[in-house]
Design a protein around this ligand. Structure first.
Ligand code: PLP
Length: 373
């Protein structure tokens, strides 16, 4: 069987974004050519901002700032808006995305103090407390809720409590955790919580957002203007007036509004996180029968991404290609995990029969790969 993208039988993406979308979300893209300076777009913008904050459990405390760009764009706006002149960022780093937040700060000339953990180990509140005590110039702490690198979840509720107690701003990369992981945004103490349209919300790539509380807003206004495109205070003022500073991804906003409506209709946060737990259990149960176990131990395993060691003598490329011929796209490991591991994500619109079919396909292709000496 040969499969081509866009064919009758599209590839099933077992990748951590972009995630599969529903027919209605795809159709929303064709709603029409709208000008972002007209009343109809204003209403759409207001609705998305309100519904995002409410449906993600922080409607009473946070306001959604929409950002045109991928998730990294939202995080760049957040990181550079969280640190005042002459102060520093404490970056908690146990994967590629935690590193990225440090790199963003460094690129803008912000002093960074880093705490590193092995990529298979979570941060705990004690490490954070110690680092805060060590560096009196820390103004903000950055952390990734779900490190997509390995499928590891940091206990951001415990970390956030320590950061808040210290009086620093908590900058949370929740991009692959929003609507997926069990700890909801309202439990994190995050003053800047970054999310994206195309992971747990099942929208189309191109729009991201930062959920800001009052402390986050005050920080945005106190931080120097380090960027024109990512000037968070200017975006916030404009969006409160129902305006946008620059051309937004208008059609991606149509799809995002539809995706949020579907999320709410399907039961919101509780229902979606339960769905993700169920998928993770189905995938891991199936792969355990083939002798494959995720490298991250409980209780830090993510609900959407699992990283497994490759079986002996099997290369990633070989396994990827064999599974692609069966209709599935898996994902490689990164950096030190690129050669010996593979990742499977159960993100987006993904019927459970596809997970079942994936497990069966993996079982079928395994004996044929890696037989070369
Ligand atoms: C996907 C992701 C991002 C954003 O990546 P983009 O390629 O910019 O969309 C950021 N952080 C985490 C943890 C992610 O999984």
């Amino acid at each position: 069987m040969t499969l081509e993208l866009g064919g009758d039988d599209p590839l099933v993406l077992l990748t951590p974004g972009p995630a599969g979308t529903s027919p209605a979300v795809k159709e929303a893209l064709t709603r029409g050519d709208w000008c972002h300076r007209e009343a109809e777009f204003r209403a759409l913008l207001d609705g998305i901002r309100r519904d995002l904050a409410q449906s993600l459990g922080v409607g009473e405390t946070h306001e959604a700032l929409l950002v045109t760009g991928s998730g990294t764009a939202a995080m760049e706006l957040a990181v550079i808006g969280a640190v005042r002149e002459g102060r520093a960022l404490l970056a908690l780093r146990n994967g590629v995305y935690g590193d990225r937040l440090a790199h963003i700060a460094q690129a803008h000339g912000i002093t960074v103090h880093s705490v590193h953990r092995p990529w298979t180990e979570a941060f705990g509140p004690e490490l954070v407390r110690a680092a805060l005590a060590e560096h009196p110039d820390i103004d903000a702490v950055s952390c990734v809720q779900h490190e997509t690198t390995t499928g590891l979840v940091n206990p951001v509720d415990e970390i956030g409590a320590v950061v808040r107690e210290h009086g620093a701003a908590f900058v949370l990369d929740a991009i692959s955790a929003t609507a997926i992981e069990n700890v909801g945004h309202e439990q994190t103490g995050g003053s800047f919580i970054g999310g994206t349209a195309n992971k747990g919300l099942h929208g189309i790539p191109g729009m991201s957002f930062v959920l800001l509380d009052a402390f986050g807003e005050a920080r945005l206004r106190a931080a120097p203007r380090r960027s024109v495109y990512f000037d968070g205070a200017a975006h916030l003022d404009a969006q409160r007036r129902g305006e946008v500073l620059f051309t937004p991804a208008v059609q991606v906003c149509f799809a995002l509004a539809e995706a949020i409506a579907e999320f709410q209709k399907a039961g919101g946060f509780e229902a979606r996180t339960a769905l993700y737990r169920q998928r993770a259990a189905q995938l891991r149960g199936g792969l355990a029968k083939l002798g494959l176990r995720p490298i991250i131990a409980e209780p830090h395993r993510a609900n959407s991404v699992s990283m497994f060691p490759l079986p002996p003598r099997v290369s990633y490329a070989e396994l990827h290609d064999a599974l692609r011929r069966e209709g599935f796209v898996i994902y490689a490991g990164q950096a030190g995990y690129a050669a010996g591991h593979f990742r499977v994500a159960t993100m987006g619109e993904l019927p459970s029969r596809q997970i079942e079919r994936f497990v069966a396909s993996l079982e079928a292709v395994l004996p044929g790969v890696g037989s070369a000496p």
